[in-house]
Ligand binder design. Structure first.
Ligand code: SF4
Length: 347
């Protein structure tokens, strides 16, 4: 089959005419910037990621600046993007490269794949864009395009189906123009072969698409079997004193790792115990606030914030890892999105 009529050839030709060309991380082959963009795009749509990416590379223009920054600064810039493990991994990887490789960013797929937070598809995307390496990518968008175009049944997250897709992705790689091809796959999945109502009429693969020919577009990729997520309930004391709020830094791993959040009451600590010193000094009656529901990857959170307003001067609550923050200081720290939203309504 000629390059022109092959799967890759059709995508490459389409990308040159209709693909995205002005994304802020395009037009560079700086692996550091491409890496930052790819990590952001792992769980975030392009339009949302753009302003975050721009702020991030303005503040941390290179690996050294990221490695030297306190983790809190990185988390603060990430606030609102969610999936904070990505930010922690970026920071960890930068420090690792600075220390172990004297700041020399990995120069090939295998070395990229060894970085914290970089899986096979992300390593391939960076290696292709930065070094023109011929590697297959297989992110969620590409899985959707391939399962539809080749009418592949089964859940793409299932190991056997995923292996089949990797094999196919490898087989379809063109000999040349890998950068354009990789971008074409991403662009097609994001802008044409979208999860709902794909624009098949505009698709360069329409004539060869088996899902389209067999009227299976709405059924592919096969939906993931629904799992009922377990629920965790937490009571969060929201202590406000003279315009300042009491926050607690979360442990570095686990949910919202490293972020500043409201103190969390463990099963055996009541708010009264935790707040005994200030309650003795005459805090106004606690005021339960509306329940917040928040979904995380593996469970749902049911948060019960309780507001304690104090007019007493600030005082320490005797726990390491807790601190008072003014409204202005809150803009400089990383906080989970639902907590930041809650504070905006209270302070
Ligand atoms: S024809 Fe439609 S379903 Fe098939 S790959 Fe193109 S956009 Fe996707």
């Amino acid at each position: 089959m000629s390059q022109k009529t092959s799967f890759a050839g059709q995508l490459i030709a389409w990308q040159k005419r209709h693909g995205r060309r002005n994304l802020p991380w395009q037009g560079t082959n700086d692996p550091y910037r491409i890496w930052v963009a790819e990590i952001m795009l792992q769980q975030t749509q392009v339009a949302t990621a753009i302003p975050y990416y721009q702020r991030f590379v303005r503040r941390f223009p290179d690996l050294a600046s990221l490695a030297m920054a306190p983790l809190q600064d990185v988390l603060a810039l990430w606030a609102g993007l969610g999936y904070y493990t990505r930010a922690r991994n970026l920071h960890r990887a930068a420090s690792q490269v600075e220390q172990e490789s004297k700041g020399q960013f990995p120069r090939d797929f295998a070395a990229l794949k060894a970085l914290p937070g970089v899986g096979r598809s992300t390593a391939a995307a960076i290696a292709a864009a930065a070094f023109g390496e011929r590697q297959a990518i297989l992110d969620g968008n590409v899985k959707r395009v391939l399962t539809r175009c080749f009418a592949i049944a089964g859940d793409p997250a299932d190991r056997a189906v995923e292996n089949q897709l990797w094999e196919l992705a490898e087989k379809l790689l063109p000999e040349r123009e890998i950068v354009v091809y990789t971008q074409a796959l991403m662009d097609l999945g994001a802008t044409v072969c979208t999860p709902n109502n794909p624009a098949c009429g505009l698709c360069p693969l329409a004539a060869r698409c088996q899902a389209r020919a067999r009227d299976l577009v709405a059924f592919l990729p096969a939906p993931r079997p629904r799992k009922t997520l377990p629920e965790r309930e937490l009571t969060l004391p929201l202590v406000v004193a003279a315009g300042n709020v009491l926050l607690e830094q979360r442990p570095p791993t686990g949910i919202w790792g490293g972020l500043w959040s409201l103190p969390e009451l463990s099963a055996d600590t009541s708010a009264a115990t935790m707040l005994a010193p200030i309650l003795r000094m005459g805090a106004v009656a606690p005021q339960p606030l509306p329940v917040i529901r928040h979904r995380l990857t593996h469970f749902r959170l049911l948060l019960h914030p309780v507001l304690y307003r104090l007019d007493q001067p600030l005082m320490a609550l005797g726990e390491p890892g807790r601190a008072w923050f003014s409204k202005t200081a809150l803009t400089r720290i990383g906080m989970p999105t639902p907590i930041a939203k809650l504070l905006r309504g209270v302070l």
